[in-house]
Design a protein around this ligand. Structure first.
Ligand code: BDP
Length: 692
């Protein structure tokens, strides 16, 4: 195997004729050898895609024959596949396509393809695009939308089609089989005839790669678009309106996936406006798409200013509705109970709804983890969540297992990720952001995969052979000097962000002025609702810091199953990572390490800064192994991240010091900013230089 990986590196070096702008993602062009593909006669575009990918990507034995077989097989679930010495067998054509991509991935990463069955953990593996019809992307940091144009003339250009095709291919290569192509804060216009025509155009391009198209819909669309007086889900005219709309969509897009709904949440309209429940709303929409096999993903991201602890509300609203949803409804739950923070405990809804399909939603776009500036490999965060034990059905009821059908008889299973794609040439702004798109797909396919493997695969496919000097680098040299240190950097990167921004369970203390980039623990404008301001979350005062969610506080801890609830409830047994999430503790609280809480907090912030500086050094040493363009781009972003980390450390320590009144330990780098200075400027967000 080593030998073939080595020759692959050399072969790819020959392809270095043009600049590496990152557009090819992990699917960079590479040298191939001829292969004969034997496949069933079919006029299906999917099968044609599978054959084409094999012919264009084969690096195995020259002249090999690979057979693609469609056959019933009890061991194969959903779009799974079986790899055998003769080729790939699957039940669906999508399965064949995924099997082909697996063969190619193995060849490119120097691994032997494992004979046997590979089944996806989830039936639906979906990207959620928070893209608006005007072309902007909510929480998008990689340019405008790939789907929508500001000056939308609704003409689909060949450039659009090429982009969508590249996008669909990238998704298929990691098993992503669906895309919600507009923002959850949905415009009603998305359901108008002119927009639906564009949705159809998108669906037609995504289909050959097995990617289904879904739409996010606004609950009040019957009023805003249809001119009805109400959007009450029990009103017959409303029911009829949605039925007609569903029919109109399916006439144009027969394999349309269904609807994603953010309702009665953050000011979005919903069934509660009419005194109805989430179940009433979701079921009405589910009935409208049911005749066509459509799905409704109903989000559980709900909270209101009146609630004393935002973290509790989703559980309180949804658990009583368990068993009341149609079987084509899935409740889409963010990984944590608050909001995609750098670290949250898992949402207690996982495992608590035993008679309802529940799916995890992760955020690939780095809203709270440094936008497309900071390098943060999020696979470790998702792995942590998926591996968390909910105990809801006994020990071992991990988030992965209570959502993938292993524990409960869910009718449908799914996993969603909020996409980080945009029109930037490299799709994701930060080149390492691509790794998060990749990792999401791989984990949705196999929720037991380890981040180290995912990083290794992604790096080999994305960077191997990407330097002129590569021709002289041996595989051992590349492994030791590029692959190993950069893998380690990726694996450490999310924890570094946690350390320099919100360690020990702190959360939601970012600046709102700069779209959640940078520190803002003080941020609380006079009339702002409390649950949108950091002081609500950190609760720092002369006595201590942290949100008391124990039985003496908001009691959110009781939403977790025993023995976890008791473990989290006691500061002596609560893991350090979640300490200030669940506890308000004195500044001199004695930590497990023996440090006081204050000193430990200082040490974490300082460590985060040093970790980023280490990443800079690591990256600087990779120069011989990386093409000049991506090397400089990443180097540049790391420089900005390093500055941001110092700013976070200084701002948070100086801010909290006002309450703790304790000195910053001598072992910690002294602040280079003043608190007044930081607050007065609200520190302009660091912007890396333009891409060279
Ligand atoms: C928050 C984002 C906001 C989204 C919301 C959501 O700041 O832009 O609309 O999540 O998930 O984190 O609906």
């Amino acid at each position: 195997m080593k030998k073939s990986f080595l020759s692959f590196l050399f072969a790819v070096a020959a392809f270095q004729l043009r600049a590496e702008d990152g557009h090819q993602l992990w699917l960079r062009p590479h040298a191939t050898v001829p292969v004969t593909v034997v496949a069933p006669a079919s006029r299906s575009v999917l099968l044609a895609t599978a054959k084409q990918e094999l012919q264009q990507g084969w690096q195995g034995n020259a002249g090999a024959t690979v057979t693609l077989t469609l056959k019933k097989d009890k061991a194969i679930r959903y779009d799974g596949y079986r790899i055998s010495p003769s080729g790939v067998q699957a039940v669906t054509e999508r399965g064949l396509l995924y099997g082909v991509f697996e063969l190619i991935r193995c060849q490119q990463t120097g691994q032997a393809a494992q004979a046997g069955v590979s089944n996806p953990s989830y039936e639906y593996r979906l990207l959620n695009h928070w893209d608006n019809p005007d072309g902007s992307v909510e929480r998008g940091y990689a340019g405008q939308s790939i789907f929508w144009r500001k000056d939308s003339s609704f003409v689909t250009t060949s450039r659009d089609k090429t982009l969508w095709q590249e996008y669909a291919r990238a998704n298929a290569s990691v098993g992503i089989n669906g895309a919600v192509v507009n923002n959850v804060n949905a415009s009603p216009r998305i359901l108008s005839a002119e927009y639906l025509a564009r949705v159809k155009a998108i669906a037609d391009v995504l289909r050959p790669y097995g990617v289904k198209t879904f739409l996010a819909v606004k609950f009040s669309s019957p009023v805003l678009l249809g001119g009805l007086k109400t959007a009450d889900p029990l009103d017959p005219a409303v029911v009829k309106w949605w039925q007609a709309k569903a029919k109109e969509i399916y006439q144009q897009i027969p394999d349309f996936g269904g609807f994603l709904v953010k309702a009665s949440s953050e000011g979005q309209p919903g069934p509660q406006d009419y005194g109805r429940t989430h179940a009433d709303g979701a079921n009405m929409l589910a009935d409208a798409v049911r005749p066509y096999g459509g799905l409704v993903m109903w989000r559980a991201f709900v909270y209101s200013p009146s609630d004393k602890d935002r973290a509790k509300q989703a559980y309180n609203e949804f658990v009583p509705l368990d068993g009341k949803f149609r079987d084509n409804v899935i409740i889409q739950v963010k990984n944590g109970p608050v909001d995609f923070q750098p670290r949250e405990p898992f949402s207690p809804l996982f495992g608590a709804m035993k008679k309802t399909s529940v799916m995890p939603e992760f955020q690939i776009t780095q809203e709270y983890l440094g936008h497309s500036i900071d390098l943060a490999f999020l696979s470790t965060m998702w792995e942590e969540c998926l591996g968390s034990d909910t105990y809801q059905a006994g020990p071992g009821s991990t988030v992965a297992r209570v959502t993938d059908g292993s524990v409960y008889p869910q009718k449908h299973t799914a996993m969603a990720g909020v996409a980080n794609t945009g029109l930037d040439r490299n799709w994701t702004g930060q080149d390492f952001g691509q790794a998060n798109w990749y990792a999401f797909g791989r984990l949705a396919w196999n929720n037991q995969l380890k981040s180290a493997q995912i990083a290794d695969e992604w790096l080999k496919q994305t960077f191997a052979g990407a330097a002129d000097q590569q021709a002289t680098a041996s595989a051992a040299d590349w492994n030791a000097n590029f692959l190993a240190p950069v893998t380690q950097m990726m694996l450490d990167s999310r924890e570094a962000v946690v350390n320099y921004s919100m360690p020990l369970g702190l959360h939601h203390i970012m600046s709102a002025t700069h779209d959640h980039y940078g520190p803002g623990p003080w941020w609380a404008p006079p009339k702002m609702r409390a649950d949108w301001t950091p002081p609500y979350y950190h609760q720092a005062d002369a006595q201590g810091v942290g949100f008391n969610r124990t039985t003496t506080g908001s009691n959110a801890v009781s939403q977790y199953h025993e023995p976890l609830a008791s473990q989290l409830n006691d500061p002596a047994t609560c893991p350090d990572e979640y300490l200030l999430w669940f506890h308000h503790l004195p500044w001199d609280f004695k930590m497990k390490s023996g440090n006081t809480l204050w000193n430990e907090l200082c040490a974490h912030y300082d460590k985060g800064v040093h970790q980023v500086r280490q990443f800079q050094q690591t990256w600087d040493q990779t120069r011989p192994y990386v093409d000049a363009e991506r090397f400089a781009a990443v180097q540049n972003k790391l420089r900005a991240q390093s500055g941001a980390a110092v700013l976070w450390k200084d701002a948070c320590l100086l801010y909290f010091q006002q309450f703790s009144k304790l000195p910053i330990p001598a072992s910690v780098e002294p602040p280079m900013h003043t608190l007044d200075g930081v607050i007065a400027n609200d520190m302009v967000r660091p912007r890396p230089l333009p891409r060279p």
